[in-house]
Design a binder for this molecule. Structure first.
Ligand code: PBG
Length: 326
């Protein structure tokens, strides 16, 4: 054995203190954005069956949830709205008193420091469930942009701090940047869902937000999961158009893409640990098949290691609690 030459990598793993000293990725509550669902009505806190631990809240119940988020040190939330009325052009998405606008007002009134990110899309508000105006069975790009801009401006008027457009129309960042600037909101950042795949992992969210397309799918606007170079082209366009953050969605199956973007662009990078990823972890944990805490912290750490500066995750509250205990 004495003449064998090799490296002793285990030297740096000998004990917890050494491991702590050489740890490269540190997860903190600052990394999290917590997604919340606001629904019209009163005294509602309804658990989403496929997302245990995640609820739809009426505005009067939303405040207690936000207080918890703030107490845990989570700096930011993303608000999704479930309107009581839908129509072909998603009127409630850009209505002054739409559910997201009202939820934003309530949250900012109680917690001015909490960053409210608005998901800017139409699918929760259209009766057909697509992310824009539908003609001849497909979503028309440029006209849908106009509605998206109206939505963004109304969200900012209600107090949203950041606009996160997610409908994957071409030119959505350029259109929203121009619209916000013209309305005097040049300081509102755009967090672009730059790389959003047509993913089966959104299933539980569509139950939660009641936004499943009534016909067809989203494959003419969301990306093919098989493509990597296309992700770089999408991101490049959004950088040119003025995005302030780039997002890759979903997270878990797309860590390679996240790393590609991190290596290529200098903007803060976000990933969305989506509903289906959450549901899988929850289901296995509830069956006692996996150790939920260990799995969640490992997953979130891997996203950060892959390049995410921020992680949108339904696990945010639990993870923040566990990190405090550690
Ligand atoms: C679209 C949107 C979707 C999600 C958030 N915003 C997906 C979609 O149905 O295309 C999914 C998030 C999740 O699965 O957690 N506005």
């Amino acid at each position: 054995m004495t003449d064998l030459k090799f490296h002793r990598h285990r030297r740096l793993r000998q004990n917890a203190t050494l491991r702590r000293m050489v740890r490269e990725t540190i997860l903190t509550a600052d990394d999290f954005i917590y997604p919340v669902f606001a629904i019209e009505g009163e005294n509602i806190k309804t658990e989403i069956p496929s997302m245990p631990g995640v609820y739809q809240f009426s505005l009067d119940r939303l405040v207690e949830e936000m207080a918890e988020v703030v107490d845990l040190g989570i700096p930011s939330v993303m608000i999704f709205g479930i309107p009581s009325e839908k129509d072909a052009v998603g009127t409630q998405a850009y209505h002054t008193h739409g559910i997201v606008q009202e939820a934003t007002r309530v949250v900012k009134e109680h917690f001015p420091e909490l960053m409210v990110i608005a998901d800017t899309c139409l699918c929760e508000y259209t009766d057909h469930g697509h992310c824009g105006i539908v003609r001849d069975g497909d979503v028309v790009n440029d006209e849908s942009l106009e509605l998206l801009v109206k939505t963004a401006v109304s969200q900012v008027e209600a107090g949203a701090d950041v606009i996160a457009p997610s409908n994957m129309m071409d030119g959505f960042v350029a259109a929203i940047r121009k619209g916000l600037d013209e309305a005097g909101y040049e300081n509102i950042p755009i967090m672009s869902y730059a790389v959003k795949y047509a993913s089966a992992f959104y299933g539980p969210f569509r139950d939660a937000a009641d936004s499943t397309p009534q016909f067809g799918d989203r494959k003419t606007y969301q990306m093919d999961p098989a493509n990597r170079l296309e992700a770089l082209r999408e991101a490049e366009s959004d950088v040119e158009e003025g995005a302030d953050f780039l997002m890759v969605k979903p997270g878990l199956s797309y860590l390679d893409v996240l790393r590609d973007l991190k290596n290529q662009f200098n903007l803060p990078l976000v990933t969305y640990n989506v509903s289906g990823e959450y549901a899988m972890v929850k289901a296995a944990s509830q069956n006692g098949w996996i150790d939920e805490k260990a799995i969640v912290l490992e997953l979130l750490t891997s996203m950060k290691r892959a390049g995410a500066d921020l992680i949108l995750t339904y696990h945010a509250k639990d993870a923040a609690k566990w990190l405090k205990e550690a």
